[in-house]
Design a protein around this ligand. Structure first.
Ligand code: ADP
Ligand code: ASP
Ligand code: MG
Length: 442
């Protein structure tokens, strides 16, 4: 059994949806996770924003505009009018539900309910299209099995129990189980979600809890690239990544995978394969437990980073200084990305600066505080354990013309990170590409 996830880009138009249908119908039973058609979740965020501001007119206009798009999609997708009218009825139900929030007080639950509708639209359309093709397909509502606890953590056991009993009762009758990515129920039983981009996470939670043979993430580019294709020409797909390398890359900007998504697959040792819907025969990227000895795999960048330096002579030989500093960030629920220390100070970086002012106020009690904004983390990923000699000098040599604010190495065997000014990002990515990948990739 495999779990296949198709992102918004892969089901963004009826033509793409038809291509997905062709790709998944090979006679093998499988679980297919879908995201919303691309752009839909963003439009729903906009709709929720209008309702929040009590601007019902703009909310309803935006909903109507989206409805028109789906009217066209249905016309293009179906040839059989019975399936077309069934799809229209289902979509009408969803759009009427969206309009119904005009008369309701806005709460966080309203926002979550609105955001969930994109995946309900795409899955209802695809399941009916598969039926039109004569494929044995079933729509399995994610809201029946995908649950999170009070801390937003998904519960693996209910997922496993639900799918095991479903698969047992089905006894191989159904070819395609289609389900929604992203959406789930909260501990209170209300509609919730696994955060933006969360469909990847859904696929990995199902595949991980069922210990499936493989989890496939299908998108519109050929696997994880060794550098950011938006800034560097001639980037190459990386054919294999270790789970840790993939996690570092996903977090530091290789947007093809949701950062937390691969953890359930990693714990269950289920390989994750990234594949391209535009080139289904291309090998893509396989993420598994193997390590390619001594190999630097990729570079990624993360913007909008704030660096904070706290310098104090009191740090010298003192105990508890770092704890006092870290506690400030914990109190203001701000996570720290990079850390570097000296005998007299500590520098660290955060990506969420919404609580920066109170954090700085508190830190001033520990020493002199310097804040640098608009910074960027450049992260080099691969088998970088200390016994592999020379990679540090290779990387720093590539960055010799770039002012570096901070370096972090040793936090894992797979990452060396540099904090630089955002304005130097493109130059840094290009220089690293030239130095590290100019002719050692296939
Ligand atoms: P999907 O809707 O298919 O899940 P996403 O919304 O997750 O797709 O976005 C994936 C997109 O991210 C791809 O279209 C790709 O162009 C882009 N992308 C951005 N940075 C990178 C990177 N470093 N490597 C690969 N893809 C990237
Ligand atoms: N549709 C959701 C989003 O746009 C989830 C996803 O695409 O993975 O964030
Ligand atoms: Mg995505």
């Amino acid at each position: 059994m495999k779990v296949l996830k198709f992102g918004g880009t892969s089901v963004g138009t009826p033509v793409r949806m038809k291509a997905v249908a062709k790709l998944i119908c090979d006679g093998n039973q499988k679980i297919v996770v879908l995201s919303a058609m691309s752009g839909t979740t963003n439009t729903l965020v906009e709709v929720a924003g209008y309702f929040q501001k009590c601007n019902t007119e703009s909310a309803n206009n935006t909903i109507n505009h989206l409805r028109q798009k789906y009217v066209h999609h249905v016309k293009e997708l179906f040839s059989n009018k019975d399936y077309a009218s069934e799809a229209t009825a289902k979509l009408d139900e969803i759009f009427n539900f969206l309009h119904s929030f005009s008369n309701v007080d806005y709460t966080e639950s309203v926002e979550k309910a609105i955001l969930a509708q994109g995946e309900l639209m795409s899955t209802n359309m695809l399941v009916l299209y598969l039926k039109e093709l004569g494929v044995k397909a079933q729509l399995i509502p994610a809201l029946d099995y995908m649950k999170i606890d009070e801390n937003g953590e998904p519960l693996m056991l209910p997922i496993r129990k639900f799918w095991e009993s479903l698969l047992k009762n089905d006894a191989g009758q159904t070819e395609i189980f289609l389900t929604q990515g992203f959406i789930c129920r909260s501990a209170a039983g209300e509609i919730d979600n696994l955060q933006r981009g969360g469909s990847d996470y859904t696929a990995c939670l199902i595949g991980g809890s069922l210990h499936t043979e493989e989890i496939q993430i299908w998108t519109d580019i050929d696997g994880m690239h060794n550098n950011d294709p938006r800034f560097v020409d001639g980037t190459q797909p990386v054919r294999q990544l270790n789970f840790e390398e993939a996690a570092e890359l996903a977090y530091f900007g290789a947007k093809i995978l949701h950062p937390t998504c691969i953890q359930p697959a990693r714990y269950s040792r289920v390989p994750v394969r990234l594949l391209n819907t535009m080139q289904p025969d291309a090998p893509g990227t396989i993420i598994n437990n193997e390590i390619q000895k001594g190999c630097i795999k990729a570079v990624a960048a993360k913007d909008n980073i704030t660096a904070i330096k706290v310098v104090s002579s009191r740090m010298l030989l003192a105990t508890g200084f770092l704890r006092n500093i870290f506690e400030v960030f914990e109190r203001f629920k701000t996570s720290i990305d990079m850390v570097a220390t000296s005998e007299v100070g500590v520098s660290l970086s955060i990506d969420n600066d919404s609580r920066l002012a109170p954090i700085v106020e508190e830190l001033k009690k520990c020493g002199t505080v310097v804040v640098d904004r608009n910074m960027c983390i450049i992260c080099v990923v691969g088998d970088l354990e200390s016994q592999n000699l020379g990679f540090e000098s290779k990387v720093t040599n590539a960055l010799r013309h770039v002012p570096i604010r901070m370096i972090s190495y040793g936090g894992s065997n797979h990452n060396i990170s540099f904090l630089i000014d955002e304005a130097d990002k493109e130059a840094a990515l290009k220089a690293l590409s030239k130095e590290l990948f100019s002719d050692n990739q296939e």
